[in-house]
Design a protein around this ligand. Sequence first.
Ligand code: NAP
Length: 174
Amino acid sequence: MSSPLKVFITGASSGIGLALAAEYARRGAVLGLVARRGDALAAFQRSHPQNSISTYCVDVRDAEALAEAAAQFIAQHGLPDIVIANAGVSRGAVTGEGDLRTFREVMDINYFGMVAIFEPFAAAMVAARRGMLVGIASVAGVRGLPGSGAYSASKCARTASAWSPSRPAISARR
Ligand SMILES: NC(=O)c1ccc[n+]([C@@H]2O[C@H](COP(=O)([O-])OP(=O)(O)OC[C@H]3O[C@@H](n4cnc5c(N)ncnc54)[C@H](OP(=O)(O)O)[C@@H]3O)[C@@H](O)[C@H]2O)c1
């Protein structure tokens, strides 16, 4: 009997991340789920008693806490087959309106949050010669959306980064 798929997802408390978690749970996957709303992750875990699910109440801006969550997942379940950097925020911010704080915040969550969750898994995936790193992108990253300079830039950075994996053994998906 083949072992179940292991999937690690950030931003799994709502929206696309929650939907991905539900679909992989339906397929019998072992899940590692990250978000700040631990109550939502706990509710998902309770509603899927047939699955092996580990939850991590972590802000993706906290790279150390993400690395710790990744290490715990690997120790408990082994290397994931798929890591999905989904956590993201969309905040309106326009160049020239003096909102540098929003630009930094969106970049921290949407771009550096992706780098920070790939980092603790990438070397082990290269060593194992298997694994997939997935970053959820947006059409906003292809051509900036009006009024969404910060969001568009963060998604553009995600896409460019995913297209330039540093090691050929890892496949990257937008
Ligand atoms: N919806 C769309 O039409 C669309 C289109 C293109 C791309 N996307 C992308 O798809 C992804 C998910 O979007 P969505 O529409 O599903 O949004 P959503 O329902 O608001 O979900 C966002 C998820 O990200 C998590 N998150 C946000 N900030 C976080 C942080 N600092 N640390 C940890 N987790 C954080 C949230 O959890 P907590 O609040 O519990 O932390 C939540 O689980 C995003 O990257 C978004 O840019 C969405």
